[in-house]
Structures are given as C-alpha cells and as structure tokens.
Design a binder for this molecule. Structure first.
Ligand code: ADP
Ligand code: TPW
Ligand code: MG
Length: 590
C-alpha cells in the first residue's frame, strides 16, 4: 500500500445510510467514495477524464474538476470513449471515459471494445444502479447488469462495492489495462459507492500507487538467436511496423534496428512516421512488390489480420515466406500462418536484444533487393506527383490531398486524424508522416465515428494542432462534437471532404422513387455552417488553393475551424480500396 497524497475533504460526515461508523467526538477528517476515486486516479498520474454527466456521476465530474483534474464533457459517450481510447494509445496510460448507467454505458462500450481490439489501454467507468434491485430485475432507474454485458467485450471488468476497496480496484483496473497486451477495462461503480464515507486517513492509506504498471518483458535468449538466424538466412527480407510498435514508444531503438539491418520496412497505417515516410528504406510506396517478393518478413507490433490478408493469398505472391514476429502477446503467434521465429516480449526489449545480437559483422540485404524496392518507390512517387498538383474545381482527392500533404510536411508536429473510405485510403497513401504517433485513424475495425473524439483527445493530450481529414459520412458520426471543440477552444481544423455521400454522391434510387439512394446525402451541404453555429470559423473551399489558404490560417491561429471541401461527387469508388470485401448478390443486381 502506498502512502497516498489524499487531501482532507471536509470534517463533516456526509449523510449516507452506508456511512461506515465514524467517531464523531472529537470530529475526524472524513472522505467519501467520490474523493477516493479522484484521489486514486490522481495518485496514479491520471489527470484527465472524458465523459458525459448525469445520474449518478454528475457530482463526480464536478468534484474531479474542483480537484484539478481536466474533465472534458462531450455530447455523446461514444465520442468521449473514442477520445479515451486514443489518449491511451498516445500516453501509455489508460484513457478514462466516464458515463452514466445503462444507455450511457452502452454508448461508451463500443469505444471500449474498439480500444480492446486495437490493444490500447482504456478504462470505462460507468455509474450503475442499485445492485439489489438490478439483480432482482425490479426495474430500477436505468437498470442493467452492466458488468456482465461488458465482460465479453473488453480485457477485464471489475466492480467496486466498498469505499475501502476503491484504491485496490482502481489499481487493478490500471494494471489490467496497460500490462501485457494493452486493452479496455470496464469499472462498475454503483451509485451508492460514491456516497460511502470513511475516515480520511484510513482512506488515504487504502489508496494504491501501481508500481511499474507495464513491466518490461525480456525475450528469451534462444528465441532472439532463432530470430537472428532466420533473418540472416533471408535474401529479400522485409520488416513490417504496426501500431503496436508506435504505441511502445521505443522509437530510437526501432530506428536503429531498421538502419543497422538495412532491411526495407513497410509501415502499417498508424505506424507511419515512426521513421519518416521519406526514409530511404521505406517500402511504403512499393507495398505490393515488397509483400510479394520478400522471403522473410519480420512483424514488429503488427498482426497478420485482414489488413495483411492474414499473411497468405495473392497479395503475398508465390514466394514462400518465413515470418519472424515480435509481440507481447504469445497467443498472437501462429494465429494465421506459421511463425518461424516467435519473439515474445515488449518491443523495446526485443528490438534492443536483436540489435545487440546483430553484432559488427551483420550483412545488409543485397543491393539487388533494396534497389528494386527503391526503384519501385521512386517510380510510384513520380507517377503520383503530377496528380497532386492539379487545381481542379470541384476538387478530386488528389488535388485536395496534394495541398494537405504539403501542409503536414511543413508542420511535422501537427497531428493528423483521418477517417472515411476514399478520404481515408487516399490520405493514408498520399500524406507522408515524419514523426511517430502523428497519424490517428480508424484502427483495426475501420470505425467511422472516431474523428472528433480522436481530434479532441489529440489536442488535449499533446497541445499540438490537429488536422482532421474527414469523409462527409465519417464526419457525421461524431459531428456534433464541433460544439465541444469550440467550448474548449481547441486547436483543431476539420476538413470535411464533401462528395455528397458515402463513397460517391452519384447513386440513384433504383426504383426511380422519391426516396434518396441509400448512400447519398443532401447535395451541397454546408458543414462549415455547423462550426459557425458554435462560434468557430467556417470556410467553404472549392479549389485546392482555397483549401490550402484556409488550413494554413487555421493551423496558425489555432482557432476551431471547419472547412467544407467540395469534392467531385464522381471521384470516389465503392468502399475505397476494400471494395473486394463487399458480397455481391447474383440475383438482385439490376
Ligand atoms: P497494425 O494494425 O498497425 O498492424 P495491430 O494493432 O494489428 O497493428 O498490432 C499491434 C500488436 O502490437 C498487437 O498484437 C499487440 O499485442 C502488440 N503490442 C502492443 N504493444 C506492445 C508492446 N509494448 N510490445 C510488444 N507488442 C506490443
Ligand atoms: C461504425 C461502414 C465504411 S466507410 C463509410 C461507412 C459508412 C463512409 C464512407 O463515406 P465518407 O468517405 O466518409 O463520406 P468517402 O470519401 O469514401 O466518401 N459504421 C461504422 N463503421 C463503418 N466502417 C461503417 C459504418 C462505412
Ligand atoms: Mg463521402
């Protein structure tokens, strides 16, 4: 048990039927559930909460703010949850989302599942109703067995029933979220808990500071040797960096490993910028060639899931592959294909061990292999360049993204948030990142709606300016949070790529009836007016020049800004790059 930094919260006992017996004469310093939760979080350096107020957590938010925590109130819990999820990714501390019971809890739960899927640490704290009534299903206010519902959707789920267990309960939630493979934790706090009173000194003593919450996990020496053997036997090796590598914050070690090895590397979406995208060893613009032709592939914090076609099939070519995989989760190994050299441990320790084992006589891969990748990168980059310079109106994706690429290059500390289909796929391949953890997007599930929550947390956690590049559909999922952006006056510039709908704006109702087609929206909507409604800056941009001017102005001023970028409604394709995943009906297609 740690010595707590708890303060004394008044000397009057709160009137609560659950009050733990306290001596009243002479008067003693007392604390309660509200303050113990706040103190427990603060003791563990957690100082920000994302949430939506209501019964039974309204006072909790107020008191947390009064005690110096940053409490960011949202318009919908899912956006608060997405903020907490990305805060976890950026800081390696669990992001906290605070919600009310049943409906608020369920709204936050999607984000908790998203955090878990992406291996990001997060704690969803929800108030809950009277246990006695919930368990007898007697119809309490917002009755729901939240703990049972959360359990299968997150890494761990706990409930705290007694004030004296708050310290250990919060500690358990933090450790579960960040240790091993990080993930989402649900913490159920019944309304009654907040009002429970206890002696302040005993309360302070009951708090727990988590020591070394994510301990290093050193890889076994024989698995390091095996991995090095496989790498040495390679003729055409490739390294794939995933968002686990970005999360690990072992930036210098990873860069040293890549550069010492001389092996070309491919960054997954959110690993872009771990090394600058224009690094000479980047195979980003030669992805197909690199996947097809490589013979040994080392995965660092990336999974062989759908995003990499499960490590097999056409995308991987006919060349037999051997995989080396670095991951903290042993069960990730052999999940899709055989892993020739599993390296289980934390990325920092594994990469350091490999670097050390490479020794002075390490042989870089042949110039034939690295040269072939380099040549392909250069051809593809040159092919793309002129398309990015067009000044067409309405804009196409290349013209609009060409100017945003330049802006991000000139502002390497800015954080890029990105969602949509075409808007996502084009931006990912066009915009180079030059620093780690600057690209935040839809993650493993491809979730539409992460945009505003992610942008808000990125601004709150880092203080850097944020550029959110949003499909018009994607933006709609969290668009009401522009009010939140204005309320906290955050340096966020949202660019809505408005092509009048999902993928394109050109679909028509096949019956010829008056209902709109399922993928199209109101034509020529003015999303810029939404930002103006709350006192932010709205801009209507029809050309890349307009767009460039407006984004630069927003990034300089730091004022909340929304730019409605008019994109040719014919420019996109169904589902962007993943149209092949759509099942096709053989009977109903007209
Ligand atoms: P991407 O989508 O970028 O390919 P994934 O989310 O699929 O990345 O993979 C991330 C992987 O990184 C997960 O398997 C996770 O267990 C692993 N991981 C996360 N943090 C660490 C760490 N500190 N050390 C080792 N592995 C980690
Ligand atoms: C929670 C399905 C994938 S992409 C997309 C939807 C609805 C929107 C694409 O249109 P947008 O982009 O944003 O205008 P663009 O540039 O192609 O026009 N619900 C959730 N997640 C997903 N992925 C979907 C639905 C989807
Ligand atoms: Mg669209």
């Amino acid at each position: 048990m740690a010595v707590a930094s708890s303060t004394t919260h008044g000397t009057q006992a709160r009137k609560s039927k659950d009050a733990i017996a306290v001596e009243t004469d002479p008067p003693q310093a007392l604390t309660d559930g509200f303050h113990l939760v706040i103190d427990a979080l603060k003791l563990n350096d957690i100082n920000t909460i994302y949430g939506v107020p209501g019964i039974p957590i309204t006072d909790f938010g107020r008191l947390a703010q009064a005690e110096g925590m940053r409490v960011i109130s949202f318009r919908h819990e899912q956006n608060a949850g997405n903020a907490a999820a990305i805060a976890g990714y950026l800081t390696q501390k669990p992001g906290i989302c605070l919600t009310v019971s049943a409906p608020g809890f369920l709204n936050g739960l999607t984000a908790l599942a998203h955090a878990t899927t992406n291996c990001w640490p997060m704690i969803l704290i929800s108030g809950s109703s009277e246990r006695e009534i919930v368990d007898l299903q007697q119809g309490d206010y917002e009755e729901m067995d939240q703990l049972a519902i959360a359990k299968p959707l997150c890494k761990a789920a706990y409930r705290i029933l007694h004030a004296e267990d708050i310290g250990i309960g919060i500690a358990r939630a933090i450790r579960a979220a960040v240790s091993g493979r990080p993930g989402g934790v649900y913490l159920d706090l019944p309304a009654k808990l907040f009002g429970q009173v206890m002696n302040a000194e005993a309360g302070a003593k009951s708090l727990v500071k988590v020591i070394d919450p994510a301990p290093r996990q050193i890889p076994a020496p024989d698995s390091v040797a095996r991995a090095l053997d496989v790498l040495k036997g390679a003729k055409r090796p490739l390294i794939i960096l995933g968002k686990g590598a970005a999360y690990a914050q072992a930036d210098a070690e990873i860069r040293a490993l890549i550069e010492k090895s001389g092996i070309p590397y491919l960054p997954m979406s959110m690993a872009k910028g771990l090394l600058p995208d224009d690094h000479p060893q980047s195979a980003g613009a030669a992805r197909s060639l690199a996947l097809k032709e490589s013979d040994v592939v080392m995965m660092i914090g990336a999974r062989l899931n759908w995003l990499l076609s499960h490590g097999k099939g056409k995308q991987w070519g006919t060349e037999p592959k051997k995989f080396v995989q670095i991951d903290i989760e042993p069960r990730e190994m052999d999940s899709n294909v055989e892993i020739a050299a599993p390296l289980v441990g934390d990325i920092g320790s594994c990469v350091a061990a490999l670097l050390e084992g490479m020794g002075a006589d390490w042989q870089a891969p042949s110039a034939e292999w690295t040269g072939a990748i380099r040549a392909k990168v250069e051809t593809n980059v040159a092919k793309m360049a002129p398309k990015l310079m067009n000044n067409n109106a309405p804009m196409d994706f290349h013209g609009a993204l060409g100017v945003l690429k330049t802006i991000i290059k000139q502002r390497p500390d800015a954080i890029l948030v990105n969602e949509g289909a075409n808007t996502l796929d084009f931006a990912r391949s066009i915009i180079d990142m030059s620093k780690p953890r600057k690209r935040l997007d839809v993650g493993t599930w491809g979730v539409m709606g992460i945009g505003m929550g992610t942008a808000i947390a990125a601004a709150v956690e880092t203080g850097h300016p944020v550029l959110a590049i949003e499909g018009d559909s994607a933006f709609g999922f969290s668009g009401m949070e522009v009010e939140t952006i204005c309320r906290y006056n955050l340096p966020i510039c949202v660019v809505v790529f408005n092509n009048n709908g999902i993928y394109r704006g050109t679909d028509v109702n096949p019956t010829g009836g008056s209902d709109a087609a399922t993928t199209v929206f109101v034509k020529n909507s003015r999303y810029d007016k939404m930002m103006e409604a709350f006192g932010g800056v709205g801009v209507y941009a029809t050309t890349p020049d307009d767009l460039s001017r407006a984004v630069n102005e927003a990034m300089d001023s730091g004022k909340p800004t929304l730019i409605n970028a008019v994109i040719d409604e014919k420019a996109g394709t169904e589902s962007g790059r993943i149209g092949n995943l759509n099942p096709q009906s053989v009977v109903s297609k007209k």
